[in-house]
Design a protein around this ligand. Sequence first.
Ligand code: SAM
Ligand code: SF4
Length: 332
Amino acid sequence: MNVSGLRDNFGRLHNNLRVSVTDRCNIRCFYCMPERDAAFVPRAEILTYEEIERFVRIAVRLGITKLRITGGEPLVRRDLPELVRKLAAIPEIQDLALTTNGVFLSELAEPLYEAGLRRINLHLDTLDRERFRQITRHDSLDRVLAGLETAKRAGFHPIKINAVAVKNLIEPDIVPLARFGRENGLEVRFIEFMPLDAQGLWDRSRVLLASDIIEILSREICPLVEVPDADPRAPATEYRYADGAGTVGFIASVSRPFCLNCNRIRLTADGHLRYCLFAIEESDVKPLLRGGASDEAIEEFIRRVVSGKWEGHAINSARFVAPPRPMYSIGG
Ligand code: SAM
Ligand code: SF4
């Protein structure tokens, strides 16, 4: 590994890469995708598995040790276990994880486990079939729950549940989802609704804040105690239930931005490297990957992107501008 690592101009060291493998998805969560006519990148623009593997191997030489596969919905990309096998074989990767909506987990959990994946974040906002349909515009709750069971049986651990916290919508789901997590040994993580939806529906008044959820859970289930940060650079703040039965996490990107501790960069499915989820600018590495550039030239490219990273997304200031790409297209 290169000893100097990927440090930006604010002194932050980057060891975490998120790779989006597709911008396509089999459902249509309203806070991410439009209901119809979503714009997708032409297939020829999507990085091949060989290109992704090469990029990751180069990034690893610069100090990347944590990798998350995401999308769009990563499980709609053909032969995903093949990519997982390639990435799991890179010895420097200490943590390989996947974020999925779970609809295809019944079919893919075992092949993914067998390919070397051990950690999954499952996106699930509600256990109520009608609200699931309302949020995702698909009637797939049963498939997701069956997929979760298959993933547990396959041996995935830990499995975390991602729930997007939208005000005046998911309040009835908070307690049932948290109980479901406690009963099944899953950490539920509530993610504040971020201004990354394709239809421009986001408004600060539609964000259900972490502090409100903490209050609801403390009142309805049991008091919560903040867990001292095991990893201060992880975006989630963890709490444990005072009765000892499990933990719950909060990704409070709106009410408590964590830019100061950011250690992440993102590669979009079409090969654009981004230094922030909310970045306005991004840099296309495809011309290098497809144009015969040396590994050193790609290393230099990654360094340049990281050193140009901004201080933070300033989501709570008047200067904030939402990025031109919505969540599914960036890779969440
Ligand atoms: N399709 C997979 C999934 O749904 O988990 C992976 C990609 S998705 C873009 C990654 C995560 O982004 C999801 O788990 C979802 O919770 C979160 N997400 C999507 N849109 C969001 C938004 N506008 N605000 C906050 N989180 C969002
Ligand atoms: Fe698809 Fe995930 Fe976006 Fe929902 S959040 S539309 S599952 S990419």
